[in-house]
Design a protein around this ligand. Sequence first.
Ligand SMILES: [Fe+2]
Ligand SMILES: [Fe+2]
Length: 173
Amino acid sequence: MKSGDNKFAYVDHMLTEHRRLDQLVRRTISALPSWEELDSQDWLPRTTNGLVAIRTELAHHFRDEEQGGCLEEAVARCPQLSAQVQKIEGEHEEILTRLNELIDRCQCGRKPTPQQSQAIEQELRQIVRDLRVHEALENRIMQEGFSVCLENEDMSEPLVPEATARAMRSASV
Ligand SMILES: [Fe+2]
Ligand SMILES: [Fe+2]
């Protein structure tokens, strides 16, 4: 292995994990109900299973990040990133707590009203938006720490274009 190869292994590992999580999130988002389906409960088990899978994978991913490795190595190479890494790792528990609360709402055993379904959908999208900002910031930390250029790795763009989301919201009123 050439002396510079090691840093690419760290960066590759982080990016691969983020892409894998992103695919899982996209599958779960695609199982959300359309507005016509809000009245039925068919979407709930699919969404709940997706959320549980995301929680399992995310808990593992966060533990991996906190127990050293990619982010720690970025700080070792660029100590001024230390505060950013501390802050980003501090977000892990909050994201998992919000995900757990959402799973509890899905598993409460009562059929959600259309308004409750809509609230679940909106909270899930908000968690996903925040998660994508979180992961994008980690990608930037990796970029700075390892002095590499990561093109097309900004995952913070919305999953649903805002215009579409507005149209969906107005259709629901
Ligand atoms: Fe993280
Ligand atoms: Fe991450």
